[in-house]
Design a protein around this ligand. Sequence first.
Ligand code: NAD
Length: 250
Amino acid sequence: MLKGKRALITGSTSGIGLAMARALHAEGAEVVLNGFGDADEIAAICDELGASHQGANLLDVGAIEAMMAEVGPVDILINNAGMQHVSPVEDFPTDKWDAIIGLNLTAAFHTTRLAVEGMKAKGWGRLINTASAHSLTASPFKSAYNASKHGIVGFTKTVALELAQTGVTANCISPGYVWTPLIEGQIPDTMEARGLSREEVINDVLLAKQPTKKFVQPSEIGALAVFLCREEAGNVTGANWSIDGGWTAE
Ligand code: NAD
């Protein structure tokens, strides 16, 4: 269904981005991966998906520009790379604030501004930004993350309006808690910030928010990304799609 389409997915060496890359590949898209990781593992993923890999650090504007120039025009751009840090606002490390806003929000501005011309020229494009349930609601100790995710929704809506008559759509996907390395990595900090055990963080902090009491599966997010790339989703633009087990319905 996506044969002939070229997709660049940032942060796709792991977690949600990798699941989206697998889902788009399964529909026939040519996939360009981005993200960090073990070189052998990345090479294995490239083999599996017939994909190429761009190792650009998205905190470096020059590296983003070089990556976009090397990749050339893309039909599908998924801005997915993201990071988290958990700390009370008064102790929040300023370098962490800058990095989180830089990766979760500013990098998407740069890739988008560099991809739009090619999409407009083709009269078709799909911009998908991985936001979060934290784009719609907040949790304590995640000030930078919540700000970046609320921000990416505003950015996406703006781009959707600007491109509304061009055949290019722009949407956010907002997952609740998905079991990925990002979630696993924030458990120790949350244990410390809240004085809880690992089990208490999982059951009382993470899944406490999700009425289904289940982590979202990365493959479910891949399926939603595929839908947004379909022709039938041509009128879906400027939307923020929750996939959060009912979290933000409360
Ligand atoms: P992850 O840690 O598994 O993957 C993050 C990816 O980003 C990796 O490929 C990593 O190499 C890449 N990356 C990190 N820093 C980078 C940089 N400077 N330049 C380029 N690439 C970089 O995380 P994940 O859980 O799959 O998260 C993916 C996205 O989903 C993020 O935007 C995150 O905020 C969002 N999200 C995750 C959850 C969840 O529960 N896991 C929930 C809601 C939203």
